[in-house]
Design a binder for this molecule. Structure first.
Ligand code: GNR
Ligand code: NI
Length: 167
């Protein structure tokens, strides 16, 4: 059980594209456990491996109020998506930044679970948004990429200033 360090924008490592997990072994399961600890501790509703500087395709999420519905997706692929909704998003890699982003409101995801078994998941609402946000991380994308250049530059400067003050 350990809390991992989360990378902060504009760290260039957040732009890495994660490689598939080839074998779901004990090392991966340990990483999944640590990612759940880190997500619940933060607290956040999701966490992608990219954010803890592991560039492999896996994510964890729990959008329940009771923090009792853990979801772990390894090598997730969105097979179907439909609809569109705007939602205010935040990100543990951009502390204090909240902006509206439009995404599909229904998705079907194919993945493997923490035992390497194939799973299919249907999601809507917050879970659908969260999974799309996490898969973006695995592709080196951040929610601020959907905003205007001007907004993104303002956010980057604000976060760089805070990081300078705290280092
Ligand atoms: O904790 C988080 N909250 C959140 C709110 C709206 C849309 C997406 C998210 S994900 C975020 C945690 C995080 O940064 N995951 O990558
Ligand atoms: Ni995020």
């Amino acid at each position: 059980m350990s809390i991992l360090q989360i990378l902060h924008y504009p760290d260039p490592r957040l732009r890495n594209v994660a490689a598939p997990v080839s074998t779901v072994d004990d090392d991966i399961r340990r990483l999944v456990d640590d990612m759940f600890d880190t997500m619940y501790d933060a607290p956040g509703i999701g966490l992608a491996a990219t954010q803890v500087n592991v560039h492999r395709r896996l994510l964890v999420a729990d959008v329940s109020d009771s923090r009792s519905e853990p979801v772990c997706l390894i090598n997730p692929v969105i097979a179907t998506s439909s609809g569109a909704d705007q939602m205010e998003e935040g990100c543990l890699s951009l502390p204090g930044v909240f902006e509206a982003v439009e995404r599909a409101n229904y998705i079907e995801v194919q993945a493997q679970d923490q035992y390497g078994q194939p799973i299919e998941l249907e999601a809507d609402g917050l879970l659908a948004v969260c999974i799309q946000h996490e898969i973006d991380h695995l592709d080196g994308k951040l929610f601020v990429d959907y905003l205007s250049q001007l907004k993104r530059t303002r956010i980057r400067k604000k976060l760089e200033k805070i990081q300078k003050q705290s280092s």
